[in-house]
Design a protein around this ligand. Structure first.
Ligand SMILES: [Zn+2]
Length: 608
């Protein structure tokens, strides 16, 4: 693998170990040496990230004076007596002499902005950062220290892959390190990897990608097979940017890309949330709602109106989106991306942060306020990858013991060929089962449209709330009208018959409470709406956080078990009032229209 290397210019002065001038291998421009070093060895002209030694990396990441290097065990060198064009023992000796390191990894304890961390940092200079027995032993040792001391683990990877000169023993290091990460998962300890250029083969296919959060430096390449091998095998030219961090973010493999100067705050935010540092802001002073009034639990306290009115209000483009609410309510937010398989669905957002000081995981469907935003967010209709991203982040919440908050505003799961090819139904079904068993508090809020299974896939919760102008329905009213009335214009009749509004759903016990909206609706006063949501969430979490996992899970299962039993309450008053105004065209419909075609459903009914 060839990678750019910064070349000191021999004709310029060299002072203090830093060449006065360098040539960037990214843009070939001359860079002033001191400026380059001050910027973390990043080219100030083009942003190219030069490789760092393990020692430079530890200096860059850990708080000054906090690093304590942990001696790694010496393992049998050259177990096979391997000789290629040169004896392996000679290569090892040369690598030790040129790097001053005993092996290709450095293990250290320390802090990042005050947050304790155990770190193992690979050094590509040492035989290409290859994974031999000593490296596997050091990585595993770092995992074991993190486990013993219950401290988050940070792995900084740079490697060409397994070390061939150690044969199958090197291959076994993949399994050994993978199981060490698995033990940290069982113990609920956060693991983070920082992918640096390049990370390939056995390292990419073991500890580098098994961590809870995968952060990558810009341009860093990660993959199993190298680009040259792939090109020779498939005899095709690879797309530009193939295997770079940016490519992998788009394909759901990495969570986020952080430029080197932003790494410390990025990592500190994550570590801080996971290690539950005490809150700085007292929870109860942030909002002034009277205790117990944050959520309406009596249907008669809600205005009675035609459900079609609620449908039109719920679809208003100005209503706050999940990211609007998160921006207003969640501190130290880190958005996580990707399903770790194939995609990063733009219609689903998920991440970690704090709500009034309490660490939480927040997951939401994301629409937008303009045509361009809606298109970029797939009209808020998640793909299977979106549901799998949500599931992955829920499992992380379960691992770390963090409450889960879901914010739901979707017309439904995305209907499309690709969604079906990728198992949309399976992804939704698996979320229902996963959520039912999550050992942490789960609060779901329908903030706008709660459309069908695509909404329920985020709403199997201990408490299900909805905003006063939201709707929640088994199918869109238009879809129902098209099938049963044979006339999509009968949407208002269908909305009334389906009882999709907050008052009806509270009466039926489908939702546990309704969050009041500012006069005129959430879109008129988004900050007021966010305050109301904050009050509802904090008071609901205050009820749930003290409960132990078995109590939460059994309560949640009982909540959903009761639907359809003979004791389930049903609304008493029929809805007769017609809508006050003519039905408006729905604000934003995806190009494909409703959920399913009439023909499909007719066929389904005939066959059932
Ligand atoms: Zn450059």
């Amino acid at each position: 693998m060839t990678a750019p290397v910064l070349q000191p210019q021999p004709e310029v002065d060299v002072a203090g170990g830093t060449p006065a001038w360098l040539v960037c291998d990214g843009c070939r421009r001359m860079i002033y040496g001191r400026r380059f070093v001050r910027g973390g060895h990043v080219c100030p002209e083009c942003g190219w990230h030069a490789r760092l030694t393990a020692a430079q990396r530890v200096d860059l990441l850990l708080d000054e004076g906090s690093a304590e290097i942990v001696a790694t065990p010496v393992t049998a060198a050259d177990p096979l007596g391997f000789v290629d064009t040169r004896p392996y023992a000679d290569r090892l000796r040369a690598a030790r002499a040129s790097t001053g390191m005993p092996e290709a990894v450095l293990v250290a304890r320390g802090t990042i902005e005050g947050c304790p961390v155990v770190t193992a940092v690979m050094d590509f200079r040492f035989l290409g950062g290859s994974l031999g027995a000593a490296v596997g032993e050091a990585i595993t040792g770092a995992c074991e220290i993190a486990l013993r001391e219950r401290t988050p683990l940070l792995l900084v990877t740079a490697s060409g892959g397994a070390r061939m000169q150690e044969g199958a023993l090197s291959l076994m290091q993949m399994a050994k390190t993978a199981q060490a990460i698995g033990q940290l998962d069982e113990a609920g300890i956060l693991t983070v990897s920082l992918i640096t250029d390049p990370t390939f083969g056995g390292v990419a296919a073991s500890f580098a990608t098994l961590t809870d959060v995968i952060v990558a430096e810009p341009g860093a390449r990660l993959g199993f097979a190298g680009a040259r091998v792939i090109e020779q095998t498939i005899r095709e030219t690879l797309p530009p940017g193939f295997q770079t961090a940016e490519f992998l973010l788009e394909h759901g493999v990495v969570d986020l890309i952080s430029p080197r100067p932003a790494l410390r705050p990025t990592l500190a935010r994550l570590l801080g949330v996971a290690t539950r540092r005490p809150t700085s802001a007292p929870a109860s002073t942030v909002h002034d709602a009277a205790p117990g009034r944050e959520v309406v639990r009596e249907p008669e306290h809600l205005v009675q109106r035609h459900p079609w009115e609620a449908v039109r209000l719920a679809r208003r483009l100005g209503r706050p989106s999940a990211l609007d609410y998160i921006g207003a309510l969640v501190e130290d937010w880190t958005e996580l991306h990707g399903d770790r398989a194939a995609a990063d669905c733009p219609a689903m957002v998920a991440g970690l942060g704090r709500l009034d000081g309490t660490p939480v995981v927040v997951i939401g469907t994301q629409k937008g306020h303009t045509a361009a935003e809606l298109s970029a967010r797939a009209y808020g209709m998640p793909s299977p990858g979106g549901y799998r991203k949500a599931a992955r982040v829920m499992r992380l919440a379960a691992k770390l013991g963090l409450p889960v908050i879901t914010l739901i505003d979707t017309a439904g799961a995305h209907p499309g060929i690709e969604a079906e090819e990728n198992g949309q139904a399976v992804a939704i079904a698996q979320n229902l089962r996963l959520m039912a068993g999550l050992p942490v508090p789960v609060v779901a809020v329908v903030t706008g449209e709660g459309g069908s299974g695509g909404a329920l896939a985020l709403a199997v919760a201990d408490r299900v709330l909805m905003c006063a102008n939201a709707i929640y329905s088994v199918i869109s009213p238009e879809g129902c009208a098209a099938i049963l009335w044979k006339d999509p214009a009968a949407g208002p009749d269908a909305a009334a018959a389906l009882r999709v509004d907050a008052r009806a759903l509270l009466t039926a016990g489908i939702v546990d409470g309704v969050i009041p909206e500012p006069d005129g609706g959430a879109d008129v006063d988004p900050l007021g709406a966010a305050d109301a949501l904050r009050a509802a969430l904090t008071s609901t979490l205050a009820e749930l956080v003290p409960l132990d996992p078995p109590t939460l899970v059994s309560g949640r299962r009982a909540r959903f078990r009761r639907f359809g039993t003979p004791t389930t309450p049903t609304p008493a008053t029929p809805i007769t009032a017609p809508p006050a105004t003519a039905p408006s065209v729905p604000a934003a419909r995806p190009p494909m229209g409703g959920h399913r075609s009439t023909a499909d459903l007719d066929e389904a009914r005939r066959s059932s």
